[in-house]
Design a binder for this molecule. Structure first.
Ligand code: 1HA
Length: 270
């Protein structure tokens, strides 16, 4: 495929090829560790991809073959968070995780090399993960004085089971792509040279499917895992569809025309 730049940033690349968007973390000197500025750029790019009705699938990856991401950049870790150009200590990757969960389009992690710490949680919150055979997965928090007790724990336990999630967090070992696959942590392992083709292959299959069906499936799983926040998202999708119906429009039109609404002709489905 031919990638073309959507928008220029300083710490990420944001490209597209037809209906596929690709966001690439670009800090190879630190294995694509993220700074709060990089995270802010990712929030901007994901938001653009979300709003663009011609984008159907989003790929998240890291620059180069050595790493997807090594998590928060420890060289800019300050007192209470990671510090960017505005000198404010932030954990804004949590906002990014939430955004990735609620974007109603499939997000695929394309993982080459290290997927570690908060970087591995970004892989986790992607809807699907395709890994190269050189990928390594692990959480280091308790070793480096950090922990992700949000999606990084509760959602990880949902995905790989409580025993395995505790092992990951208590021992801080690294797992090969094959091991991660056997743990149900990721969807597919392919040779490094084929990882982009394999990811695009899956993206193109997804693009043939009904976007509204995919949207509701993602929201339904979030409704199960994210409590009332997940249900709010699912409910919002129902409202969105209702607003497209004549029945829903009758209520708005009656209000604007200062008359009583007439809902009598709308079917009362069983
Ligand atoms: O836990 C959270 C959060 C929790 C709640 C809310 C928000 C959170 C946000 C973030 C995080 C975290 O991500 S905490 C976990 C942070 N990450 C790590 O602990 C991983 C640190 N890196 C490593 O363990 C290793 O680098 C590695 C296993 C990924 C790769 O090892 P390798 O192949 O031996 O490479 P290495 O030589 O270690 O790394 C290459 C260069 O990249 C080194 O710099 P150099 O000595 O050449 O100057 C290394 O220091 C640097 N580097 C790697 N990872 C990071 C990093 N520099 C800053 N931050 C990094 N994460």
């Amino acid at each position: 495929v031919e990638w073309s730049t959507v928008k220029e940033y300083s710490e990420i690349f944001f490209e597209r090829a037809d209906a596929i968007a690709k966001i690439t973390m670009n800090n190879p000197r630190h294995h694509n560790a993220f700074t709060p500025d990089m995270v802010q750029e990712m929030i901007d790019a994901f938001s653009i991809a979300r709003d663009d009705a011609s984008i159907g699938v989003i790929i998240l990856t890291g620059e180069g073959d050595k790493a997807f991401s090594s998590g928060g950049d420890q060289s800019v870790r300050g007192n209470g968070g990671y510090v960017g150009h505005d000198h404010i200590a932030r954990l804004n990757v949590l906002d990014l995780q939430h955004l990735m969960r609620i974007i109603p389009k499939p997000i695929i992690a394309m993982v080459k090399g290290w997927s570690v710490g908060g970087g591995n949680i970004l892989q986790l919150v992607c809807d699907l993960t395709i890994a190269a055979d050189n990928a390594m997965f692990g959480q280091t928090g308790p070793k480096v004085g950090s922990f992700d007790a949000g999606y990084g724990s509760g959602y990880l336990a949902r995905v790989i089971g409580h025993k395995r999630a505790k092992e990951v967090w208590f021992l801080n070992k690294f797992y090969t792509a094959k091991e991660a696959y056997d743990m149900n942590w990721i969807n597919r392992v392919v040779p490094l040279a084929e990882v982009e083709d394999a990811t695009i292959e899956w993206a193109n299959i997804i693009l043939q499917k009904s976007p509204t069906a995919l949207r509701f499936i993602k929201a339904a799983m979030n409704a199960d895992t994210d409590g009332l926040a997940g249900l709010q998202q699912f409910a919002g999708d129902a409202t969105m569809l209702y607003y497209t119906t004549d029945e829903g429009k009758e209520g708005k039109n009656a209000f604007l025309e200062k008359r009583d609404p007439d809902f009598s002709k709308y079917p009362k489905f069983p």
